[in-house]
Design a protein around this ligand. Sequence first.
Ligand SMILES: Cc1cc2nc3c(=O)[nH]c(=O)nc-3n(C[C@H](O)[C@H](O)[C@H](O)COP(=O)(O)OP(=O)(O)OC[C@H]3O[C@@H](n4cnc5c(N)ncnc54)[C@H](O)[C@@H]3O)c2cc1C
Length: 403
Amino acid sequence: MATENQNPLSTDAPGHAMPHAAHPITELSEEELLFRDTLRQFAQDEIAPLVRRMDEEQHIDEGLLRKLIELGLMGIEIPEEFGGGGGTFFDAVLAVETISEVDPAIGLLVDVQNTLVAKALLRWGTTEQKQKYLTRLAAETVGAYALSEAGAGSDAFALQTRAERRGNGYALNGRKVWISNAKEAGIFIVFATVDPGAGYKGITAFLIEKGTPGFTVGRKEDKLGIRASSTCELILDDCTVPAAQVLGDVGKGYKIAIETLNEGRIGIGAQMLGLAEGALKHAVQHAKERKQFGRPIAEFQAMRFQLAEMATEIEAARLMVYNAARLRDAGRDFRKEAAMCKYVASKAAEHVASLAVEVFGGAGFVKDAPVEKLYRDAKIGTIYEGTSFMQLATIAKLVLGGE
Ligand SMILES: Cc1cc2nc3c(=O)[nH]c(=O)nc-3n(C[C@H](O)[C@H](O)[C@H](O)COP(=O)(O)OP(=O)(O)OC[C@H]3O[C@@H](n4cnc5c(N)ncnc54)[C@H](O)[C@@H]3O)c2cc1C
């Protein structure tokens, strides 16, 4: 006769030990909770009052940048020996999400620094490069990641920037476009080809410091959204760097680009997730306060369903973003989940921000409302670090059994 606790799947069953207890993906550990709550407070106290001005002026407040560095947000995964926080990839994702609830432009600054620039150095940097650049990234310097060119967007490996061997180094010539953080950055990872005839196998990553002769940050774009984040052109005019500035192996830049962008797109998923959460918070608060027909609009079923739909889309995105990040930290294959989470989170952000504007009615269509900015900011999620079609192309390849 069956007795209590004899279900073989029960962790309480006598003599039964599960390999690991099932753990809700969205449940945060004590450390993660503390980190998230600290960041939430910081975002409310230090970022929120600056959001509108930074958006209008298309500029990141220098004092805020210093505070982000002091709080350790610009070196989350950088090991303590280099002055970083020694955190996990999930911590970086949590930071991008939490900051983006308040300002996705600052979310992007933190994202590029942690998930692309520090990440590439951690993975492919020599001991000397790590010592020199990770310490600077953690303590004082912003990093930028320069792959795109006018003729090389979705087809990133069609890049034309040339790196010619010259003496003990390389001379770089070409132009990069759309480079985030370029105005603030002191360190740039620049992709160039050492051999245009070799196709993607000529692509090589270089570490270039601001101020290197022949290297100029050019025109800044005037954008629809994330306007505080600088997006600039880079001009390389016989910019000569020693061979020690090559990151990883010569001809292996394509691998660095693919692998960092696989992780980076989880960061963009987190940025879009945070944005949608921010929009929902504003919408809920407004729906409770705004009265029409003698009642708060939150009491009308149509409004309630709209808020429920927003919350549901956010939950789906959260599960996917957190799962992709935790797969990455567990050392599992996360490529498909990364592309999927960016695809879903960016769609959710666009839809949720759009509905949030509607919840506000006319008040959502003007600059006084925080949702107006979030609506503009949401559009970028389907474009950078691979457009939505490029995410679908990656997902399809993996679903169909390609590498
Ligand atoms: C604000 C901002 C910040 C950015 N930051 C950076 C950065 O820091 N570093 C960096 O290197 N780059 C950056 N980028 C560049 C960004 O990654 C590219 O804009 C993006 O990859 C798309 O390339 P594209 O703009 O050339 O569009 P295109 O490649 O020209 O795409 C145009 C349209 O064609 C579609 N398309 C293209 N090829 C295919 C295909 N094979 N199948 C189906 N559809 C296709 C695309 O999905 C898209 O809808 C940034 C861009 C912006 C706007």
